[in-house]
Ligand binder design. Structure first.
Ligand SMILES: [Zn+2]
Ligand SMILES: [Zn+2]
Length: 825
């Protein structure tokens, strides 16, 4: 090995592209048939194929990749699969936009084809970004939820859960987005504070206050608090609703707050969740005043056909004109919005499909899972505690997994597909048997499944559920964002329990969000979006990955800062020059020499370094076992930069360039071991750089090599203490020279070291000076060099003149001042 073979500058892009070409990605494949190594299956998030693998994804994938690479090196049979969660509204909306159509203007099958086409193209783009970032994905276990090979499992799970009474069909109030024209789950409702008006309206016996006067059309009762004396005389009587004329009962319920508004509230079907509770509790009638498109129905009388907003205005105008409205005041209200389009949701009663939620078993299972960080479990517990309704899984859309159900036209019975018929789209195929009533005429279910029904199957899918392989549930880890704990994590636990009676994973690792360089959430409108490609083009994938490793810890949000990428890039250059220097001295020293090397001939400073190196391996192993990427990477970086480059290399230069073969050999041995170990420790974090380092040690990939083991025989506290002393002494000498403007390699006449039993060879080499070990007490001559006035004494004594006194003292010759002090003046 000669220095000229290793370029001076590290050209990251060239190196990274080279390895992308060369790597045989089958080294990352999971071995389904193997039982000797323990399995480590990762339930990778399947991103939504938007075509843009954003920086938040990239951070999450960095974490996953660190773990996958580390575990492989630790001897696990690792699966890092990659899925794509294709179905759903955003793709439908995009297709409508690009083709200038609405979903109902083209045949269902044609619309699905357009969605599939868009999705396939988007997946290709995102795959490229993943490869560029060096993620060690196992592409032999890729899955695409829109493919029959995947959604057949979603359908099978539906059939099994239906047959075991986990799934039922019922008319029930659900959250409804009038823009998307579909039911949505509670987990998909987001709340926002909005300004609205509270309207005060005379009813015939009581006054009510409402923010939704248009819902008077659907008023089915008025409620007051039983303790409220203003209204007690009317409880049980009928009340007439103004403008609409229906007579409703005045009921008493302790949930009514007497202090709010007038203390009397309308119960409508449905203004909010509380209305639903009262409606169930008192068995009230159902009036549907709003339809699926958010238009007023016939029940709204003359307001029929108006939008909700138009109708609200018209009703208020009419209430004013007729004198029923007697006041208005502004009110801040928490409004539920559709997570996809921000439209205020309505609660409509519609026949829908539901999955039963058993909160207790979900909470119990959450306790059996290790949470990283632990405090994220509370989010799941809190959410589970608020569950009042079952999970609504039917959607009134097209691009999704079809529900394998038909309805008999004659008797109305539900016909569910048999498992052997799956996958099937009931809109394209008829059932393969007749109804119990003898009829062969069926109506297909046109509703489709919630996308979470697909994605909550990932843990089952990647562990081989319903495949030719034996089921390997639970997976070992689920990495995911904290924003989808109440959806993806919650539903996955539910499904795994329902279908296999087991927890889906041993552990869950939560990553934070990436904030823009300005500290705000990245968004197009703020113009603070950074793409991973920008970083890889300007710097490198390894620099990006380092930012991911040191930017934050699991669970916490991370700010993107270019200066972190710049310093990551600088570390690559620094590490490269350490490597280049070391390799230039390893000419003629290889694996065999290292194995045969008599470690008894190591000098103290060599032992000091090897002790530190083995401690580093120990730390890195423990920290990575706990998914502490930031502290691991910082420890490696600190070792390379401060311990190795700033000290060890300086101390052994004398030996490396000298002509004493034994000492030179010892330094070579240390450099060989250290470079080799560092390339292994760096492999999970900066896989391209580590591979480039390791390529000069072996023809095999560093990523197929085992993680280094701690060699306890090298951990030696005595050697560390002695090494520290040598390091400190040479550090002092260096400071001495630089304080005097001397060149660092300028020889000193002589260095005398008192009362220390240490090797002096390396000190001599590093300081380029003769060194002698001395005993006894050195003779020092003390010379006063500076006057330091004590303000604690001068201040109170001289008050405002203290400043002048200090000035005078400082201007004096220190020796003269000392003489005066000594004489007692
Ligand atoms: Zn919507
Ligand atoms: Zn029938």
């Amino acid at each position: 090995m000669t220095e000229s073979e290793i370029p001076k500058e590290y050209n990251a892009n060239e190196v990274e592209e080279k390895w992308m070409e060369k790597w045989n990605l089958s080294m990352y494949h999971f071995n389904w048939g193997e039982d000797t190594r323990p399995q480590y299956i990762i339930d990778t998030p399947p991103p939504y194929p938007t075509g843009n693998f954003h920086i938040g994804n990239a951070l999450n994938w960095c974490y996953i990749d660190f773990v996958a690479r580390y575990k492989r090196m630790r001897g696990y049979n690792v699966m890092f699969p990659q899925g794509w969660d294709c179905h759903g509204l955003p793709t439908e909306v995009k297709v409508e936009e690009t083709h200038g159509i609405t979903k109902n203007q083209v045949p269902r099958a044609e619309f699905r084809r357009m969605c599939r086409e868009l999705t396939t193209g988007n997946i290709d783009k995102m795959r490229k970004t993943m490869l560029r970032l060096g993620f060690s994905v196992d592409w032999s276990n890729e899955f695409v939820t829109m493919e029959p090979s995947y959604f057949v499992k979603t359908q099978k799970s539906f059939v099994r859960m239906y047959n075991s009474d986990y799934i039922y069909h019922e008319e029930h109030p659900v959250n409804w987005c009038p823009r998307c024209e579909t039911a949505i789950a509670f987990a998909e409702v987001e709340y926002e504070t909005r300004q609205t008006k509270l309207n005060f309206v005379h009813f015939d016996k009581v006054d009510i206050a409402t923010t939704r006067p248009e819902l008077m059309a659907a008023c089915v009762a008025v409620a007051v608090n039983p303790e409220d004396e203003r209204y007690s005389q009317y409880i049980g009587q009928d009340i007439t609703v103004p403008l609409f004329g229906q007579k409703v009962a005045l009921i008493a319920d302790e949930d009514v707050e007497p202090e709010f508004g007038t203390g009397a509230v309308m119960i409508c079907t449905f203004g909010d969740k509380q209305d639903v509770r009262w409606w169930v509790k008192y068995g009230l009638p159902l009036i549907k005043a709003i339809d699926k498109q958010g238009k007023m129905t016939k029940a709204a009388g003359k307001y029929e056909g108006m939008s909700i907003a138009e109708s609200r205005e018209a009703v208020i105008a009419d209430l004013k004109a007729t004198g029923f409205l007697y006041g208005q005041k502004p009110l801040e209200q928490n409004v539920g919005l559709c997570w996809r389009c921000d439209t205020p949701i309505e609660i409509l009663s519609e026949p829908q499909w539901f999955v039963k939620i058993d909160s207790d078993s979900i909470l119990k299972t959450a306790d059996e899972i290790n949470w990283y960080p632990e405090y994220m479990k509370v989010r799941l517990q809190n959410w589970t505690g608020t569950m009042e309704w079952d999970w609504c899984i039917s959607r009134q859309r097209i691009f999704a997994t079809p529900i394998p159900i038909w309805y008999c036209k004659k008797c109305g019975e539900v016909m569910i597909a048999e498992e052997s018929w799956l996958p099937i789209d009931p809109n394209e195929a008829a059932p393969k048997k007749t109804c119990a009533c003898g009829s062969t005429e069926f109506e297909p279910e046109t509703d489709v499944l919630d996308t979470w029904m697909d994605s909550s199957m990932t843990a089952l899918h990647v562990t081989g559920w319903e495949s030719e392989h034996e089921l390997r549930l639970p997976a070992q880890i689920r990495p995911q964002g904290h924003d989808i704990i109440r959806t993806w994590a919650f539903y996955t636990i539910l499904r795994s329990l329902a279908l296999e009676g087991k927890k889906p994973w041993d552990s869950i690792m939560i990553n934070g969000m990436v904030l823009g360089p300005d500290g705000h959430k990245m968004s197009k409108s703020l113009g603070n979006v950074i793409s991973p490609e920008e970083v890889t083009t300007q710097y490198s994938a390894d620099a990006f990955r380092q930012w991911g490793a040191v930017g934050g810890s699991t669970g916490s949000d991370v700010m993107f800062r270019w200066k972190d990428v710049v310093s990551a890039s600088r570390f690559l250059q620094k590490m490269w020059s350490i490597y280049r220097f070391s390799m230039s001295h390893l000419k003629g020293f290889g694996q065999e020499d290292a194995e045969k090397f008599p470690t008894g001939s190591l000098l103290i400073i060599d032992r000091w370094l090897l002790s530190k190196l083995n401690r580093l391996v120990d730390t890195a192993t423990k920290e990575l076992d706990a998914y502490q990427f930031d502290s691991t990477f910082k420890a490696i970086r600190g070792f390379a930069w401060e311990v190795l480059a700033d000290n060890y290399l300086e101390l052994v230069k004398g030996r490396l360039y000298g002509d004493e073969p034994e000492g030179r050999r010892a330094a070579q041995y240390v450099l060989y071991r250290t470079m080799n170990t560092l390339s292994l420790l760096l492999a999970p974090f900066i896989p391209f750089f580590a591979e480039e380092m390791y390529s000069r040690f072996s023809d095999e990939s560093v990523h197929t090599h085992a993680w280094p083991a701690v060699d306890e025989s090298f951990i030696n506290e005595e050697a560390e203490a002695a090494g520290e002393l040598i390091k400190d002494i040479t550090g002092e000498v260096r400071r001495y020279k630089s304080d005097r403007g001397m060149a660092l390699n300028a020889p000193l006449k002589k260095l005398e070291i008192y009362n220390a039993n240490i090797d002096t060879g390396d000190i001599a080499g590093a300081t380029n000076s003769e060194v002698e070990l001395m005993e006894g007490v050195p003779s020092f001559e003390y010379v006063p060099v500076e006057v330091k006035p004590n303000m604690g004494i001068l201040g109170p004594r001289f008050r405002k003149d203290a400043g002048t006194v200090v000035k005078v003292l400082k201007a004096e010759n220190p020796a003269a001042v000392e003489a005066q002090v000594a004489s007692g003046k």
